[in-house]
Design a protein around this ligand. Structure first.
Ligand code: GLA
Length: 437
């Protein structure tokens, strides 16, 4: 009886983020999978590392490389140890991780909470502690942990939470034993079982969707999903919207299958929704546009805000008259707070250009009766000040990213012939008579 009570208590605890000293801010880096699947080796990944340095991406904050699926052999050694693939790492993995460390880049590993990884390499179920030792020995400090090939229920007698908890416990135990910083844990269970509720107890980020594809409909459906889960991201725990498909996806187009405007919208949404910024494209011959987008310092600094961890949130959902969204037309009007001002993202989810309009006070973060200076985080220019509202025209699938700062009380409403209040439906005169616009 006592033990079942204790179990209930453990599961019913409030979802406090895993503040174990790592992962307060979002991870930024490059991941091998979407660019190369399993077709990579030391030479190819070092080319990526060099490109990250050359194009200023390391300086911009992209300081890790995740070796995703397929970096070991398909079989463990007789003593159960993971074996590095000598064809991929002729000088050994430790040599590779040391080489990228010297370039200012840390190394991240990938494994799985089941028997195998999604591509059929050894998973870590039952080998959690041993694998952790091995990755540490090889020089990894971060783990992306997937959810394929899970054992039968009568074997695990656990749910997804429990299988991820095995690794989280192993990480905590290893850090205690070795007096070292705990490994950073990124959960990859694709949003199956509401990881936005429990993911933060065990790890630092959790995927909220299946694998991203480099086309607009995929981005739109991920943004739609995020419009319901934005509240879960904060310091030490983040919704992971999957990799950035800005750039050469190996599918023939220099900005992937995305238009330039779509690629900008993609980066805007991922940065401001506080997703990890993990590049999933081949950087070896990156175009100027790719680097401009991935390197947008105005957006990166909000993504990496050391004082405010929360994401932007929608203040209108969808484009339908009832504001209900769907996966092709996610929320278009979003705002939030940052150390640098109030952030707005306006997204045109239509396939044609559209006139967009919002009242400033639709955002919770705005002070009524004040003017706001407007800074455009894509043109990097100050665009005067906004009085009451903002109108803009956006290209198909385009986005605006604006930073507003309080510029003092607005001029006298009578002189400007303005309504006495922007949200007039609840305003009243001192005598209690409702004001109607
Ligand atoms: C899953 C993950 C991907 C990638 C692959 C590797 O599909 O969601 O991000 O890690 O596995 O096989």
């Amino acid at each position: 009886m006592l033990s079942s009570l204790l179990t209930v208590a453990a599961y019913a605890g409030s979802a406090i983020a895993l503040n174990n000293g790592v992962g307060k801010l979002l991870k930024m880096g490059f991941d091998t999978f979407n660019a190369f699947v399993c077709d990579y080796d030391e030479v190819k990944v070092l080319v990526q590392a060099e490109a990250m340095v050359k194009y200023g991406l390391v300086a911009a904050g992209y300081n890790s490389i995740i070796l995703d699926d397929c970096f070991t052999l398909k079989n463990r050694s007789v003593d159960g140890k993971l074996v590095e693939d000598p064809a991929k790492w002729p000088n050994g993995l430790k040599h590779f991780t040391t080489a990228i460390n010297k370039m200012g880049i840390s190394a991240s590993a990938y494994s799985d909470a089941g028997y195998n990884t999604c591509a059929g390499y050894p998973g870590s179920y039952g080998y959690e502690a041993q694998d952790l030792e091995t990755w540490t020995e090889w020089g990894f400090d971060y783990l992306k942990y997937d959810n394929c090939f899970i054992p039968f229920d009568n074997v695990t007698q656990e749910n997804i939470y429990g299988r991820y908890e095995r690794m989280a416990n192993a990480i905590a135990a290893h850090a205690r034993k070795t007096h070292s910083q705990p490994m950073w844990l990124s959960l990859c269970e694709w949003g199956w079982q509401q990881p936005w509720i429990w993911g933060k107890r065990l790890g630092h980020s959790w995927r909220i969707n299946g694998d991203i594809k480099p086309w607009w409909s995929s981005l739109a459906s991920i943004i739609d999903q995020a419009s319901f889960q934005y509240w879960s991201s904060d310091f030490y725990g983040h919704n992971d919207m999957d990799m950035l498909e800005v750039g050469n996806t190996g599918q023939g187009n220099p900005i992937g299958n995305l238009t330039y405007e779509e690629a900008k919208s993609h980066f805007t949404a991922w940065a401001l929704l506080k997703s990890p910024l993990i590049i999933g494209t081949d950087l070896s011959n990156a175009t100027k546009e790719t680097i401009e987008i991935l390197g947008n310092q105005d957006l990166i600094k909000i993504n990496q805000d050391p004082n405010i961890g929360e994401a932007i949130s929608p203040f209108r959902w969808g484009i339908n008259p009832d504001y209900v969204s769907n996966s092709t037309h996610p929320a278009q009007y979003w705002s939030g707070n940052s150390s640098y001002g109030i952030v707005f993202m306006v997204l045109n989810t239509e396939d044609k250009s559209a006139d967009m309009f919002f009242n400033l006070t639709e955002s919770w973060a705005i002070r009524a009766g004040h003017l706001y200076s407007v800074y455009d985080m894509w043109s990097h220019t100050n665009n005067g000040s906004a009085l009451r509202n903002i109108s803009l025209t956006l290209p198909p699938h385009g986005a605006a990213a604006l930073l507003l700062n309080d510029a003092g009380p607005e001029p006298n409403a009578d002189t400007l012939n303005l309504p006495y209040c922007a949200g007039y439906w609840q305003c009243s005169f001192p005598n209690g008579t409702y004001y109607s616009n």
